[in-house]
Design a protein around this ligand. Structure first.
Ligand SMILES: [Zn+2]
Length: 406
């Protein structure tokens, strides 16, 4: 039995009556999001659009049942519902906001793809209508900003002209004569959608009546996907929401930069410039501080009988990079070893002047064997981390002892 597709003739029909021709219980199917009891219905006629051609299915009600999914099964359309209707004669009602949104996006896609093809020779090889955004994949070289803007502008001009969008029927040969370039495998009478003087495509989907109902098209990002270029876009109500959200974001950024939205670019680059300058100042200040502290530390670390000086220190409440600056500053003095740890995070850093003739990496490994942790380095500079930060003191004492023994 063939289901009559009411949306073929009138995509604006939201209510209809029909007779149930077939009804069966469906097993739970987690992969399609149906976890509870469900029934599959076939009606003699329907206004429900099934998922196909990149456009998602409609939702709505059949009698008292909620429609969970609508599937294209060749000549028939399967309606997955959450309960079995009692009466074989039912009234169907589709959720119009969802359907109209799909019609805006889908018709917008016809128009945008036509502009990419006609004006810039970029054919569309696939279309996806997502919950938030729509995408088309274009074949050919990377579309420049001029191409993306040019196609968007040309499509919007046709939207402003409110050209009729009409359904045409004909055989593949007849449609080819009318200018349909797409190869169609299906036999018999085909359905095509025409946007006056702009596009003619074979399509079984639902469309608006005139381009004005698309509202507006906003082209968003373009990114390479395998061999093609994926262009993101939104139409109509989605474009309205997107533009509103964009401005909201802009206002939030402006507020955090304490400027008006028009000045965010200059304010942001000024803030980044200041941040970079402050970073440099901080870095040189820390280097000065590290040299001064290293000099003081060396004064209170007299050489041992073998001539080796050991500076051992646990640092607290300083930027993480300071530990390395301090250890490096200490190890600039001949025959000196720096054993430094950061209280926060348990970082360990062993550095030596090459004349000290120890092996910092080996020393760190011995500490790790005893106290646990990870890290490594060279004979002059090794960096690691202790698993248990409460044992830092003990770990440094152990390292000092190891140096005395060797
Ligand atoms: Zn279509």
């Amino acid at each position: 039995m063939t289901t009559r597709r009411l949306y073929y003739d009138d995509a604006f029909q939201t209510e209809f009556t029909a007779r149930i021709m077939y009804c069966e219980v469906l097993p739970p199917d987690v992969s399609s999001g149906i976890t509870g009891n469900a029934w599959s219905l076939i009606l003699d006629r329907t206004a429900f659009y099934p998922t196909s051609g990149g456009q998602p299915n409609d939702l709505g009600k059949i009698g008292d049942s909620n429609v969970l999914d609508v599937r294209d099964a060749g000549d028939e359309i399967l309606h997955v519902v959450d309960r079995r209707p009692e009466d074989p004669d039912v009234k169907g009602c589709i959720h119009w906001p969802r359907r109209f949104d799909h019609m805006q996006q889908h018709t917008g896609q016809h128009l945008l793809s036509a502009m990419f093809q006609e004006r810039f020779g970029r054919p569309t090889v696939s279309f996806h209508l997502g919950a938030e955004i729509c995408t088309i994949d274009l074949r050919g070289p990377e579309p420049t900003d001029e191409i993306l803007e040019g196609a968007e502008r040309a499509a919007n001009r046709i939207i402003f002209e409110d050209r009729p969008v009409t359904v045409r029927y004909g055989t593949a040969e007849q449609l080819a004569e009318l200018g349909v370039r797409k190869e169609v495998d299906r036999q018999g009478i085909l359905r095509a959608i025409e946007i006056e003087s702009a596009d003619l495509q074979p399509c079984g989907g639902t469309h608006v009546k005139g381009t004005g109902q698309i509202g507006i098209i906003l082209v968003r990002r373009c990114a390479k996907i395998r061999q093609d270029w994926r262009v993101e876009f939104v139409c109509g109500g989605r474009a309205e929401k997107t533009a509103g959200r964009d401005f909201q974001l802009l206002r939030q950024v402006a507020e955090s930069l304490s400027c008006v939205p028009e000045d965010v670019v200059s304010s942001a680059s000024r803030a980044v410039g200041e941040r970079d300058a402050n970073f440099k100042t901080l870095r040189s200040t820390l280097e000065c501080l590290a040299s001064a502290e290293a000099a003081l530390a060396l004064q209170s670390a007299p050489p041992r009988p073998n001539g080796l000086r050991i500076v051992s220190r646990i640092l607290d409440e300083l930027p993480p990079e300071y530990i390395s600056l301090f250890a490096t500053a200490v190890a600039k003095t001949e025959k000196t070893v720096a054993l430094v740890a950061a209280k926060e995070g348990g970082q360990l850093l062993f550095a030596q002047h090459p004349s000290a003739r120890n092996d910092m990496n080996a020393l760190l490994k011995r500490v790790q064997e005893r106290f646990g942790g990870k890290g490594g380095g060279t004979s002059d500079f090794a960096r690691g981390k202790l698993s248990d930060t409460s044992r830092l003191e003990m770990a440094l004492a152990f390292a000092r002892e190891e140096l005395s023994v060797n």
